[in-house]
Ligand binder design. Structure first.
Ligand code: ATP
Ligand code: MG
Length: 658
């Protein structure tokens, strides 16, 4: 088992020479100047960005109000409208005919919509919602697959000051019911059906099922986008979107709201526990989303941006529904899945639409690596990807081996990868390389965005020296931060501002900074730190070592289980590139992998237990649910919240795989 020479060099990568001159943040000195500006006058720095990136109806005079911390208020006496900033503003600035969205359906049909057309569609939808009695502050649940109409529905809510809560179209009726009940929504916007991977799946039927359960009495209407025309049940409160909007005027005066007016609620993905309804603001959110959109992706007018997330996740909110539009960019929106009609779909679409900036998740990259190695015809080297200039990653730590592959085969060795660390709660990117600044190190999200006070501390809030791991915190409030958990201020405080941490925001991730560069590396969730015979190790480190065995391993998840002799024993769940072995073959492979990890990290990191599986339990956003694996490793029955689990059947296989 040899490490492939080409893909395992872990070398740092300097920014492309040209970007040192042309990027929005050009070179290290420019980055340092921004950091210094934010350190000298924190509020003044963000106030400046707020004026650059957002147009205010009534300018703010107070930047940050901390009098009721941790319930911070940003730009509180300013008023604005988010949809106006994303649409009218672009039309007014001469971008009316510019393509806002290039939509590609599951089957490959392409629809383009200009900024003027998207504005008209949004206004019609906003007027239709008003006609149904939706008012400022009302909650609207959006349960749709990827579509132009889905983005317009979010924008329409913003336009009238209604608070949207998008529920991912892959969630069950039960998960949908929970979210409708928690938000007290008055309207649900959905589609008759959705199309993914060549299959038609119900949406409206699941809304009907959810509304038949207790707790949904607040819902007065359901608006239905006709996607497939498939047969659906029809109730008195249902309205077709095309009928409700066609009679409406294509103009709608925006509702000017205070900066702190909630723009949306979004439930976290549930990797570690029961999802929380994260509440975001209008002004501060838009400021940081627009600033990161422009600087992190170094977006210029001619760029074609593609973020592969779903609008059901925070990434789809900040970098599909709002960010690209707020800076007047052209973006690709994709209805389908990366593996249909084959696992070359992403590469084919990049080629077809000449995508220049591409943003995806490690889980997608890992699955496409696995596919490319068994099916050479879907390998990215078979496609013309020369349009690409910048790549991005988000959602989980990216293993260095996957990073190297992404860099080499997708980015042709020339595109910087921005590995962006952030959360549903942070609203926008927090720690990330900047393409014209950062020397990249595979597996590290490098340094904070200018103005973000990320740090590593111990359990008492004391800074730990570089080179040591600890808790990732954000010391000062930031504009796009969570404002509270909807209806649960106490849970907001106890989850994110525990008293022993001196008023710092607790991210819930473990991390460390490099001794020399200060670069951040995320080691996984706090509860994923293992203690084996007194040695503390992040599960991520062992997973990366396993995945670095690129000939064999496609994906790996590591958890601890109590062990009498070592305190904790390492238990690894491994998905191989080939078929799942059993019996003697499995034993042999386990020994081989154990020795591999021993060589890569050290004997102490050798997993005691290695189990082979066809897949890992994941959230519907593709994140590994280690909390379930911890129960499996212990041999416990699973009694936890599994509403966000994508593939429930895998639990049975994992429990048996012993
Ligand atoms: P829950 O909070 O409900 O348990 P979740 O934390 O998975 O679910 P998200 O807000 O979608 O919900 O994910 C944020 C988390 O994703 C971060 O806290 C971090 O653990 C992980 N993450 C995101 N981006 C990166 C990255 N670039 N590198 C490492 N980890 C990342
Ligand atoms: Mg989280």
């Amino acid at each position: 088992m040899n490490a492939p020479d080409k893909l395992h060099r872990l070398a740092p990568y300097a920014p492309p020479h040209q970007l040192l001159h042309t990027a929005h943040v050009p070179g290290h000195a420019a980055y340092q100047a921004l950091v210094a500006e934010s350190q000298e006058d924190y509020a003044g720095y963000w106030a400046r960005l707020a004026r650059v990136f957002v147009q205010w109806k009534k300018p703010f005079t107070r930047t940050l109000n901390s009098s009721n911390a941790p319930f911070y208020r940003w730009f509180e006496d300013g008023t604005l409208n988010v949809s106006w900033n994303c649409l009218d503003r672009q039309v007014n600035e001469g971008l009316g005919d510019k393509t806002a969205i290039v939509f590609e359906s599951d089957g490959g049909t392409v629809t383009r919509i200009s900024y003027s057309q998207l504005l008209a569609m949004t206004c019609r939808m906003a007027n239709a919602m008003k006609a149904l009695g939706v008012r400022k502050g009302d909650r609207v649940v959006i349960y749709m697959s990827m579509s132009i109409e889905g983005v317009a529905a979010m924008q329409a809510c913003a336009r009238i000051g209604a608070i949207h809560s998008v529920v991912f179209g892959g969630f069950s009726a039960h998960a949908l019911r929970d979210r409708i009940a928690d938000t007290g929504a008055v309207l649900v916007i959905t589609a008759d059906e959705q199309v993914r991977g060549g299959k038609t799946l119900p949406l409206k039927a699941l809304v009907d099922e959810a509304l038949a359960q207790d707790g949904c009495g607040s819902v007065r209407n359901v608006m239905v986008y006709r996607r497939t025309g498939g047969a659906i049940a029809w109730n008195a409160h249902d309205r077709w979107m095309h009928e409700a909007t066609s009679e409406q005027p294509a103009v709608c005066e925006p509702e000017w709201v205070g900066a702190e007016h909630p723009l949306f609620l979004l439930y976290t993905s549930g990797s570690t526990g029961k999802p929380k309804g994260v509440q975001h603001s209008s002004g501060g959110y838009l400021v940081q989303v627009a600033a990161t959109m422009k600087w992190t992706f170094d977006m210029h007018p001619e760029d074609v941006f593609w973020c592969t997330a779903d609008i059901g996740w925070i990434t789809g909110h900040s970098y599909i529904a709002y960010g690209p539009l707020a800076i007047g960019a052209t973006q690709v929106v994709f209805e389908g899945v990366p593996t249909f009609p084959d696992a070359g779909r992403f590469w084919k679409m990049i080629e077809r639409h000449k995508v220049t900036v591409f943003y995806t998740a490690p889980t997608a990259i890992r699955s496409l690596i696995k596919a490319a190695e068994t099916h050479p015809e879907v390998h990215p080297d078979r496609y013309d990807l020369r349009s690409l200039r910048i790549l991005g990653s988000v959602g989980e730590p990216i293993n260095p081996a996957a990073w190297e592959w992404y860099h080499e085969y997708v980015g042709g060795g020339r595109c910087p990868i921005v590995d962006t660390w952030w959360q549903t709660e942070t609203g926008a990117q927090m720690i990330t390389p900047l393409p014209g600044v950062t020397t990249l190190v595979p597996g590290s999200c490098t340094l904070p965005f200018p103005g973000i006070t990320a740090a590593i501390v111990d359990e008492t809030g004391e800074d730990v020296p570089n080179g040591q791991s600890g808790l990732l915190v954000i010391k000062k409030p930031w504009p796009s931060m969570i404002r509270t958990i909807w209806g649960d201020d106490a849970r907001y405080m106890s989850s994110y501002y525990p008293p022993e941490l001196r008023g710092y925001y607790l991210a819930g991730d473990g991390a460390a900074r490099d001794k020399d560069t200060g670069n951040f590396t995320i080691g996984g969730r706090i509860d994923d730190v293992l203690n084996v015979s007194g040695h503390r190790m992040g599960t991520m480190e062992i997973e990366s070592a396993l995945v670095a065995c690129t000939e064999l391993v496609a994906e790996a998840a590591v958890v601890g289980r109590p062990d009498e002799t070592s305190g904790e024993a390492i238990c690894a769940f491994v998905v191989l590139k080939g078929p799942r072995p059993s019996g003697e073959a499995a034993e042999k492979l386990a020994v081989q992998l154990r020795n591999w990890v021993g060589k890569e990290i050290g004997p102490i990191a050798k997993p005691k237990d290695i189990r082979f599986a066809d897949n890992l339990p994941k959230t519907r956003s593709g994140k590994i649910m280690r909390r379930l694996l911890r129960s499996v490793a212990k041999g416990e029955a699973i009694t936890q919240d599994v509403s966000t689990l994508e593939n429930p059947a895998i639990l049975a296989q994992l429990s048996e795989a012993h």
